[in-house]
Design a protein around this ligand. Structure first.
Ligand SMILES: Cc1cc2nc3c(=O)[nH]c(=O)nc-3n(C[C@H](O)[C@H](O)[C@H](O)COP(=O)(O)OP(=O)(O)OC[C@H]3O[C@@H](n4cnc5c(N)ncnc54)[C@H](O)[C@@H]3O)c2cc1C
Length: 516
């Protein structure tokens, strides 16, 4: 069956219906727009799973300058200061926008916003909703707002699989789903497809979040930036549920300790122990697991019977896995959580391809640098959604033209790519494993197979990681543990990545010389 798209030709298309996609569509109203989502609206997005909240310097003792300083410190020398200034200063207005759209934030008795504290923030500035259910409340309110906005045509159950190009320019989008395939003629596409955690078996992201939007953009010639920076959360619940539920840092903040199967604490050598940075704890946990141990978070002594009242969402996830955190330690392991890299965009969300915008986790503005400060990602998604809508509204009219090819590729699967990602792209990387990964992924990318798009994204991460011969932020090289004096950001097109990968595949296994 082929869906009829003639009546929609020429309208801008937003791919993805998390916070970034929904807000872009809402800010564009009353201008007509198509909102495409492979999952039914309101389901299967990282946005839905967000627990902590949105960072905004609203407290009496706070100031955007302090929020900027915390962001830049977390970013380990790679944040773009202009982007940081722009996004952080927009935060109070963003909270106001969301309030107007119906988001019910948690408030104090005097109606002022409750402000939470998170790791690496020097002030209480996390605006939240439903306690640890911020994402659920955001998605409830934004989905309802989209449903009552007549200018937004929602197309659910459709996966974007290619951008169609004509004479080097964006000409349309090819999508397919259980109901059939669709070729939409359009010169304006916004990629809002979220993160890449689904490239890994162990992830807190939805399984379908494997960066397909990044693959679409890269195949259309767009530059991707900071691809090597993947943030791993140290304590995801190690049970069968996927996505893996988070066991938040706040549990460690309340005194829970990491132990192994013998009951021994094993972080003693790490400065700050359980409260060291997310990367340092994640690497220590991964190292202990690699040595054949099991790792548990023990909250029996610190929280005990108060656990469920203090952390209801985590307690519910534990209960579903048959674990009672008041009486037994919680099995945990690190999981891919957030991607700092993505489609390189400016402050309007414009990519390097005319007519192609990106926002949310799929985009890379330079806000996060080498590591994201907690609760800055929903903020960035919301700020950029408004900027993209304004940029789109001001862009020249586009006249629909017929598409040269409307052959829609097969449905993607990241499953064959996951073992490669786990081996080479995890918490500790080294040149040889990265080289092997690039050589293995290269033929998969070239084929028009179901694993081609996830393999492309993994390849771009592998090449960027191989070129960064230092350890910085979330990127750690076992063979280059030091941090260079001069911070340099990585930008890469698919053609450049393929050229390096070909070099790599042609070389003997070792030693390997990467181009700088
Ligand atoms: C467990 C968890 C907790 C978090 N907590 C916080 C927090 O407290 N604060 C914070 O700031 N950040 C948090 N984050 C990060 C934050 O939630 C995400 O960065 C943000 O929600 C991303 O929004 P998005 O709209 O870009 O992507 P998503 O919300 O992931 O939405 C992506 C959308 O794209 C669709 N899609 C994907 N591919 C295709 C395709 N090919 N075709 C069509 N549709 C497609 C998906 O179905 C989905 O609708 C958390 C993340 C996780 C996983």
């Amino acid at each position: 069956m082929r869906l009829d798209a003639a009546t929609l030709a020429g309208q801008p298309v937003i791919v993805g219906a998390g916070v970034a996609g929904l807000l872009t569509a809402l800010h564009l109203a009353p201008r007509p727009v198509i909102l495409l989502s492979k999952a039914p609206l309101g389901l299967e997005s990282s946005s839905l799973l967000a627990q902590g909240g949105i960072a905004a310097s609203l407290g009496q003792d706070d100031d955007p300058a302090l929020h900027r300083a915390d962001t830049i410190e977390a970013g380990a020398g790679l944040c773009d200061p202009e982007v940081v200034r722009h996004v952080i200063e927009a935060a109070p207005a963003i909270i106001e926008d969301l309030f107007r759209l119906g988001v019910r934030f948690d408030r104090n008795n005097d109606r002022s916003l409750q402000l939470g504290l998170e790791a690496a923030h020097r002030r209480r500035r996390i605006v939240h909703a439903g306690g640890d259910g911020t994402g659920r409340e955001l998605m409830r309110a934004l989905t309802a707002a989209v449903r009552r906005t007549p200018s937004i045509t929602v197309m659910e159950g459709l996966e974007a699989r290619r951008l169609a190009m004509r004479d080097g320019a964006l000409a349309g989008l090819l999508a397919a789903g259980p109901a059939g395939s669709l070729a939409l003629a359009t010169g304006q596409v916004v990629i809002a497809t979220g993160g890449i955690g689904g490239l890994f078996t162990d992830t807190t992201n939805p399984q379908g979040a494997f960066g397909q939007g990044l693959a679409l953009a890269a195949r259309a010639g767009a530059e991707l930036a900071d691809m090597e920076f993947v943030q791993f959360h140290p304590t995801a619940l190690d049970a069968s549920a996927r996505p893996m539920p988070l066991v938040s840092e706040a549990v460690r903040g309340d005194g829970a300790v990491l132990i192994d199967e013998t009951g021994k604490r094993f972080l003693n050598g790490l400065a700050g122990a359980e409260l060291a940075t997310r990367d340092a704890v994640a690497r220590a946990v991964a190292r202990h697991l690699a040595q054949g141990h099991r790792v548990y978070l023990d909250a029996r002594g610190s929280l005990g019977a108060t656990f469920a009242a203090r952390f209801p969402t985590i307690a519910a996830s534990c209960k579903a896995a048959g674990i009672d955190p008041a009486r037994e330690p919680i099995p945990v392991r690190p999981a891919a959580h957030y991607h700092m890299g993505g489609i390189a965009v400016d402050l309007s969300g414009r990519s390097s391809v005319e007519g192609l915008w990106a926002c949310g986790e799929a985009a890379c503005t330079g806000l996060h640098g080498a590591n994201r400060l907690a609760s800055n990602s929903l903020l960035e998604a919301a700020v950029l959604a408004r900027a993209v809508a304004e940029s789109l509204a001001g862009a020249a009219e586009w006249r629909a033209r017929s598409l040269e090819s409307t052959v829609v590729p097969a449905r993607s699967t990241p499953v064959p790519v996951r073992p490669i990602a786990a081996r080479a792209l995890g918490l500790v990387r080294d040149g040889q494993e990265l080289a092997k990964a690039a050589a293995t992924l290269l033929p998969l990318v070239a084929e028009d197979s179901p694993e081609a798009d996830p393999a492309l994204v993994a390849l771009m991460i592998a090449i960027s990681a191989s070129q960064r011969k230092e350890s910085r932020g979330a990127h750690f090289r076992g063979d280059f543990p030091r941090t260079d004096a001069a911070p340099i950001r990585t930008r890469l097109t698919l053609a450049q990545a393929l050229a390096v990968a070909r070099e790599c595949a042609a070389l003997p296994p070792q030693p390997l010389a990467w181009s700088a």
